[in-house]
Design a protein around this ligand. Structure first.
Ligand SMILES: [Zn+2]
Length: 142
């Protein structure tokens, strides 16, 4: 009998956003400010990851300055920390490519809430690009 052991797999942490890419070459580059998202979907994914790792600063800093005042960092922090983020599913995108200045992403985020009940957050988000940087503008819960 042969026992197969793959050290690479043990070491590689897949990204929280379920892209099947390693965390370090996916959302981590955005959360650590090493790069900025090129597409609205990349920004959306990195914001989901920010929820999973409780990076409230990233969530606030990637929210459009015009709508930022509607989002309270304390309640974002409370929601992020009291939930266990399970999975992200990007349902569809419209525009939001490198050459666009507006983009829309529909997604489903699966998580367990503070009383361990499975929850689904289904949202249609609007993104805008300002001076080459994508921002989250607002989300409509579906
Ligand atoms: Zn990612």
């Amino acid at each position: 009998m042969t026992k197969i052991k793959c050290i690479l797999e043990v070491d590689m942490k897949l990204c929280y956003c379920h892209s099947d890419k390693p965390f370090e070459s996916c959302c981590e580059v955005y959360l650590s400010d090493s790069a900025i998202p090129v597409t609205a979907e990349q920004l959306m994914r990195s914001r989901y990851t920010a929820y999973a790792v409780h990076d409230v600063d990233y969530i606030m800093q990637t929210t459009h300055p015009a709508t930022r005042k509607h989002y309270d960092p304390r309640s974002i922090k409370a929601w992020a920390e009291s939930s266990i983020w399970q999975k992200l599913e990007v349902i569809g995108t419209r525009k939001g490519s490198a050459s666009d200045t507006v983009g829309f992403v529909e997604f489903k985020a699966y998580y367990f809430d503070s009383v361990q009940q499975p929850q689904l957050h289904h949202e249609y988000s609007t993104f805008k690009k300002v001076d080459g940087t994508w921002f989250f503008v607002e989300g409509r819960v579906l």
